[in-house]
Design a protein around this ligand. Structure first.
Ligand code: GBH
Length: 478
């Protein structure tokens, strides 16, 4: 059974849904630049308009109400609020927009969970070096304080940074996300480091300046697959799976939840590769300095984005150059029994979520966990009757029930990704994650509920009525 105050939510992010990329004084972000200049996005698409939530927020609110959500997770566009990234210039129109969203949600009895940063750095800050530059942490801290000050009387759940792993790796190592850098084996570690410093500064600011009056909670959202050894009897596979967990979840979760520093496994793997390539010492994975804000303990809950699982075996690397892949020295494969959703990376493995939750409980000292993202993609011909996705949500949520009831994991919320179809980064509009379909070919951008939206809404209302002691719960099957 779910705890009484369990959060039933759905999520979106600013660049993926808002549009209005130049409206009312918004500054450009690295995603505006990346889509307009670098190409590489499916069909040359961009988020200039996307769901146009900047103008159509009421439509989103109707969707939220139709689902019966208790929580809605959205992100703020830093450059909409602070066009040049600094608090020297505040865009009041941006403040008004988010005030309205937050007030409308609360008026409908929906609690906002607000992410400060979901991939869309103000271009002005990129021009100063972006996340590679240590100074970004101070700018992020000022932006965060501005948001706590402006919205924190009403927002009680905060995520500082969404998926530092994805920003670092896809943005600075692989280059398929903004800002599109491919500085293999170096930049991602620096970016991850500055993201942790930025997060920690913001958490400390909240802790010392706002917590007493605002009484909210702050964390960062970490994405991880569940990794397990291809052959559990092979020592190399077991070690590779452990390394993969350390490089994905551990990279950020160890510093914040266990030691204040990176996993030893990660440090030694990087050092080994540096040496093999003829470099001395561990110069790629930075160390936290005395001047840095302490990282340990800077999360009031554990926010997990889970999508899929991998089997891992040793080896599989790769060329004569430094790279994260080389450092990781592990090969990820799919189990043939796992169905694939619309996207090749997204194998459907609901039981992997249960295992990952148990792992987090055991390794990171039994934290309160919010599943801040989880979802299923549709590609190809539109199916409003999306039976596979209905099954996906049912079985995923039943795995969460098992994690709570049988493994004693302290899960406090579940956020489906996403409220509606939106701009799926490098995949543009070719991939649909929504509980609502959005008609991007029509001027109205009309939202239509998928069958999976109805299904999720039924699940929510069953659990809600069970919690309030109504009859009729016992004969349901999830
Ligand atoms: C989330 O990240 C994002 O937070 C969200 O904005 C997005 O819409 C959602 O996923 C759906 O994609 O190296 O090319 O094989 C999810 C974590 C990690 C999933 C990287 C894709 C591998 C892509 N992502 N992963 S690739």
């Amino acid at each position: 059974m779910f705890p009484r105050d369990f959060a039933w939510g759905a999520g979106t992010s600013a660049y993926q849904i808002e549009g209005g990329w130049q409206a009312d004084g918004k500054g450009p972000s690295i995603w505006d630049t990346f889509c307009h200049e670098k190409g590489g996005i499916f069909g040359n698409q961009n988020g200039d308009v996307t769901c146009n939530s900047y103008e159509l927020w009421e439509k989103d609110l109707e969707c939220i109400q139709q689902l019966g959500l208790t929580h809605y997770r959205l992100s703020l566009s830093w450059a909409r609020l602070l066009p040049d990234g600094t608090t020297r210039n505040v865009n009041q129109k941006g403040v008004q927009y988010y005030n309205r969203v937050i007030d409308d949600l609360l008026a409908c009895n929906v609690s906002p969970m607000v992410t400060l940063y979901h991939f869309d750095l103000p271009q002005a800050i990129q021009n100063l070096g972006g996340w590679k530059s240590p100074g970004v942490a101070t700018l992020f801290d000022s932006y965060s304080k501005f948001c706590f000050q402006t919205f924190g009387d009403r927002v009680k759940l905060w995520i500082t940074i969404n998926e530092p792993h994805v920003c670092a790796r896809l943005g600075h190592e692989v280059g398929i996300h903004a800002p599109g850098l491919k500085e293999k084996g170096t930049a991602a570690y620096l970016v991850g480091h500055n993201m942790l410093r930025a997060h920690a500064m913001a958490w400390h600011s909240y802790n010392s300046e706002y917590r007493a009056t605002q009484k909210g909670a702050v964390s960062l959202a970490l994405n991880s697959d569940w990794f397990e050894p291809l052959d559990p009897l092979r020592h190399e596979d077991v070690a590779s799976a452990e390394r993969d967990l350390a490089f994905t979840l551990g990279w950020f979760a160890w510093p914040v939840f266990i030691t204040g520093d990176y996993p030893e496994l990660m440090r030694s793997a990087i050092e080994t590769q540096s040496k093999m390539m003829g470099y001395s010492g561990n110069w790629r994975l930075p160390r936290f300095l005395k001047e840095d804000p302490p990282i340990l303990g800077t999360a009031d809950f554990f926010a997990l984005n889970y999508y899929t699982s991998r089997k891992v075996k040793s080896g599989g690397c790769c060329g004569q150059m430094l790279s994260m892949k080389r450092d990781l020295d592990a090969e990820e494969v799919l189990d043939p029994s796992w169905p694939i959703s619309g996207m090749s990376w997204l194998a459907v493995v609901p039981h992997g979520l249960r295992k990952l939750l148990k792992y987090i409980k055991d390794v990171f000292n039994n934290p309160t966990i919010y599943i801040t993202e989880n979802g299923f993609a549709q590609v190809g011909p539109l199916q409003i009757e999306d039976v596979e996705r209905c099954k996906f949500y049912r079985s995923t949520i039943s795995e969460v029930v098992k994690a709570i009831e049988e493994d004693g994991v302290n899960v406090r919320g579940y956020f489906a990704w996403s409220l509606m179809d939106n701009f799926e980064w490098a995949d543009g509009f070719s991939v649909r994650f929504g509980l609502f379909h959005v008609d991007f070919s029509g001027a109205e951008l009309s939202r239509t509920i998928y069958q999976s939206g109805r299904e999720y809404s039924k699940i929510i209302s069953k659990y809600k009525s069970a919690q309030s002691g109504c009859q009729g719960f016992l004969d349901d099957d999830y």
